[in-house]
Design a protein around this ligand. Structure first.
Ligand SMILES: O=C(O)CCC(=O)C(=O)O
Ligand SMILES: [Fe+2]
Length: 414
């Protein structure tokens, strides 16, 4: 399996995209098969999306700016929480993307993680390569510039990939091993996804790679502080998302069982050099939808993120001080029978602004179901939910991936 370069192909699968959740390459059963079976390799973290090919975006409202949602305080009244959920429902049904303010992550934590990241990317190439993700079975660590691609074009960013800090499977002992062990059959498993007596996706469990403390002082501590806070925020948002759908607060708990598949990265998008494949299309990250449940994004003040509305227009999502950007992924779109949207987005590199402009730093954080979850559409939605667009007749319509197309690279002959 190559870990050096992942590609977001021209189309992707329904199940889980190999992107944010490559391991959870289980098939999500639609009510009726769509017959749109096809697929290609997807890079971890996202599903490729041709702008005009997006069924979901065609049904999305024609927003011209992302809404800003003010999270109520933790100790808010039930009425305040309910009012927030009404707004959250509307935004997730029509846009699928928003800024969240009052998110509870202290400004110092966000400033610290960006500062630490800037220091890391300024290190000599050889030092960064010292934690190259090609040396991590769990794909953690540094990914050099241009190694990842979308639809065959290099994404013009270098990045560090991170996840939940854990021992690699087989290296735990006793109760830890019991907890990590997954019975694929009991989980409705698929033989093709087992390697020996463990499911293949177990390779994604493992330790992060960190630079030596002396090379990048405070990096691990500051990044970990942000990741911990992002996890708390994600847990709260999942509860609010459940409430917003008129479901019990803990409705999605079983999809996680306390073992979220977190995939986080710190990305640095420099200006693409003149004449490079990326500068031709001016992209830092090609158009795609995220594959999991929930994505949080911290960005510095450079900008470049764009979100596609229902008219196919690209709307700038410039950073707003004190906020994070939140969007939903395909697994949640599928789970909610297409009621909530996984909206296409991209990052445009600042090539147009000329050489010498600073690299753009961002910290995308993906909160996805446990690796052994099989994500299926809800049988039905609460009757209190109304559709502001035609309800998909076939849940498969909410899928941007074809059957089986997001399997781990190497498992499926292409
Ligand atoms: O860096 C960003 O602003 C967004 C990146 C992104 O969309 C992704 O990694 O899925
Ligand atoms: Fe994304």
């Amino acid at each position: 399996m190559s870990t050096a370069a992942f590609s977001r192909g021209p189309c992707a699968t329904a199940s889980t995209s190999a992107s944010t959740s490559p391991a959870r390459a289980r098939r999500i059963a639609p009510r009726r098969p769509s017959g749109r079976a096809r697929g290609s390799r997807t890079r971890r973290g996202a599903s490729p999306r041709a702008p005009e090919a997006s069924a979901a975006s065609a049904a999305t409202s024609t927003f011209s700016a992302l809404p800003v949602l003010q999270l109520p305080d933790e100790d808010c009244t039930p009425e305040e929480e309910a009012a927030f959920c009404v707004r959250l429902r509307d935004v997730c049904h029509t846009v699928g993307f928003f800024y969240v303010a009052n998110h509870g992550i202290a400004p110092k934590v966000t400033v610290d993680v960006l500062e630490a990241s800037r220091a890391f990317f300024a290190l000599p190439h050889d030092v960064k390569q010292g934690i190259a993700n090609v040396n991590s079975p769990a794909f953690r660590g540094y990914v050099r510039l241009g190694a990842e691609n979308t639809a065959g074009r290099p994404d013009w960013r270098e990045q560090i990939e991170m996840g939940v800090e854990a021992d690699a499977p087989g290296e735990e002992t006793g109760a830890e091993a019991d907890a990590a062990g997954v019975d694929a059959d009991a989980a409705g498993g698929v033989d093709a996804y087992t390697a020996g007596d463990r499911p293949v996706y177990d390779v994604l469990v493992g330790p992060n790679q960190w630079p030596e403390e002396s090379a990048c002082p405070g990096f691990r501590r500051r990044v970990t502080a942000f990741l911990d806070d992002a996890a708390s925020l994600s847990r709260r948002l999942m509860e609010l998302l459940a409430l917003s759908l008129d479901l019990p607060r803990d409705f999605f708990d079983d999809d996680f069982r306390g073992r979220p598949n977190v995939q986080a990265k710190i990305a640095s998008c420099p200006s693409a050099p003149e004449g490079s494949p990326s500068s031709a299309s001016s992209f830092g990250v090609g158009a795609h939808t995220d594959s999991g449940y929930l994505s949080l994004l911290l960005q510095d003040d450079v900008g470049g993120l764009q979100v596609q509305n229902g008219h196919g227009e690209w709307i700038d999502a410039m950073p707003i001080d004190g906020t994070l950007v939140v969007n939903l992924g395909e697994m949640l779109q599928l789970r909610t029978r297409g009621y909530y949207l996984a909206t296409p987005h991209r990052v445009v590199s600042k090539a147009a602004s000329g050489a010498g402009s600073p690299p753009r730093l961002s910290v995308p954080y993906f909160w996805n179901p446990r690796l052994d979850a099989v994500i299926e559409p809800m049988e039905s939605l609460p009757e209190t939910l109304t559709w502001l667009r035609p309800e998909p007749e076939d849940v498969a319509e909410t899928r941007s991936h074809g059957d089986g197309g997001n399997r781990l690279i190497g498992l499926t002959p292409r």
